[in-house]
Design a binder for this molecule. Structure first.
Ligand SMILES: [Zn+2]
Ligand SMILES: [Zn+2]
Length: 152
């Protein structure tokens, strides 16, 4: 499969992201960004290492660069209660505080829930809520649940 190879366009886009965040472009950072960009769901450090170690990066390098990218707010890091960090590229056009999200605690897939209302301003006042940063609904996605049913 050729999916692991960085195309020129992908490299240039990653460089631009890094430059805008004031980070130096390194092959490791570019490869981490592109691996996350190609992922359909948030990736654990182990999953990223599986993709990047064959390209010549060691696990410590992958982790250090994930941390740098997270601190620069290019990457979003979430933990679902299983003490495993999952990483995804931050999408600046996606306002996470404007609607609730469903997250599968097995695979980390996140879906936007557009039809669940957040507390109204008056309810927020009565509950002494000043700001809501995120609303997460946790559970198991259909894919993980059917995989579990098939394995038992
Ligand atoms: Zn799942
Ligand atoms: Zn959303």
């Amino acid at each position: 499969m050729s999916k692991k190879k960085n195309s020129i366009d992908e490299v240039n886009e990653a460089r631009k992201l890094l430059r805008e965040s004031g980070l130096r472009s390194t092959p490791a950072r570019i490869s981490v960004i592109n691996a996350l960009k190609r992922s359909t769901k948030p990736q654990t450090h182990a999953e990223l290492a599986d993709q990047l170690v064959p390209l010549g990066f060691d696990k410590a390098t992958v982790f250090r660069n994930l941390t740098d990218l997270t601190e620069a707010e290019l990457v979003l890091r979430t933990e679902l209660g299983d003490h495993v960090w999952r990483f995804e590229l931050r999408d600046p056009s996606h306002d996470r505080s404007s609607h609730p999200h469903f997250v599968c605690t097995d695979c980390g897939t996140v879906s936007c829930i557009d039809e669940m209302a957040l507390p109204s301003p008056s309810l927020r006042r009565s509950l002494n809520i000043s700001r809501i940063s995120e609303v997460l609904v946790k559970g198991h996605c259909g894919t993980c649940d059917s995989a579990r049913a098939a394995s038992t």
